[in-house]
Design a protein around this ligand. Sequence first.
Ligand SMILES: O=C(O)C[C@H](O)C(=O)O
Length: 475
Amino acid sequence: MVEMRTEYDLLGTKDIPADAYWGVHTARAMENFQVTGVPIGHYSHLIRGLMFVKEAAACANHELGLLDAERLTAIVQACQEIRGGALREQFVVDVIQGGAGTSTNMNANEVVANRALELLGSRKGNYARLNANDHVNLSQSTNDAYPTALNIALIEAADELESAMEELQQSFERKAQAFRDFLKIGRTQLQDAVPMTLGQEFHTFAVMLGEDRARLIESSALLHEINLGATAIGTGLNAPTNYAERACAHLVRLTGRPLVTASDLIEATQDPGAFVHLSGVLKRIAIKLSKTCNDLRLLSSGPRAGLGEISLPPMQAGSSIMPGKVNPVIPEMVNQVAFVVIGNDMTITMAAEGGQLQLNAFEPVIARSLLDSLLSLAAACRTLADRCVDGITAHEQVMAHRVKESIGLATALNPFIGYQAATQIAKEALATNRNIVEVAIEGGFLTSAELADILTPERLLNQPAIITHKSDLAQ
Ligand SMILES: O=C(O)C[C@H](O)C(=O)O
């Protein structure tokens, strides 16, 4: 027999397992929301954010004479223990829930209250001594505590993504250096275009990540504006004068982040703009990362019947039937993470649009989607760096041969003999299956010395000197 204790709420009494740190409000929510099977305890960033908020609120309440020293000490210790990883299994409410996050907030209040009761030498459920709503949730509503906690969670998760992107950027940059002299054909619309180096191609992947990191940092800055002190709708009902400022100061001290109280708390309480903005940036990152992975898959296609310009490190057997086949499993994984992030952005868009009057009731799904997107993108970037990019090798001869045989070289002749003559050479080379150099010499358009001058790698890459006229060529 499991030992039980009895708790009360507006619906009546309910038996709760005696050893549970959660209470009656959590129990109701567990019954109501059996949805994803993923409890809020899975989202450690969100739990940390809630614990920062509960501790900061307790400190401000104590300074303003609303909370005695004994209860303050117990609440602060409980919050710090949970922030450090304790009692995560007690955060049992499903992450998708109705009620704008009230069940998450109630679950947090109850766990903190019952751990604090233990620290005071009291039994769990003795709410006359320390109460989840009257003491842990003092001067707060879900409507300011939850979004403030979410902002902190997202700031920390965005930092993790940013450093994972930096790691991937550095991996691409190292390869750009290693491949800097490998000439290859660039392609547009999947057709041969003009020469470039593989180093330039990989440097582009790195630059793309650098630009997106900057956008991520910008969007994370918006999350530093919080609405703690707003209580239910932004008017601050039941929060004492100066509470918002003091609670924010404690949050800054605890988190080390430059958080600021919004200048208009009624606006801030109903505005999901910073979440939408962050989601847009995550979609941008996902799209470009996915395009990079498409390129890696295409460039490594083969090994015998594809482009085969690079090889990705083999990570596992590719086929249950085809011996020796290796698939680009790591980029394929990243592609799929990107598809999820793009889908999450649509979810967040709908949730943000669905707000009404003084509150957006759909923050739980916004929280889940943003945290999932941030953390899975971070994992994807790290995995791509460690298990793919760092081990990429290049096939210099394959690429060099394609440059030599490329019809795209005719473009480099334009400034010297004109587009029409260059077209004639290109057409003839294609028709007779010869290269541009042979046809240009045979047709008397240019000498072999002139062609050698025009078609040096440096000149093809427009480095260092730009030659644009026949008179610039060595005589
Ligand atoms: O839980 C609260 O503090 C408020 C709730 O989110 C509500 O506005 O109904």
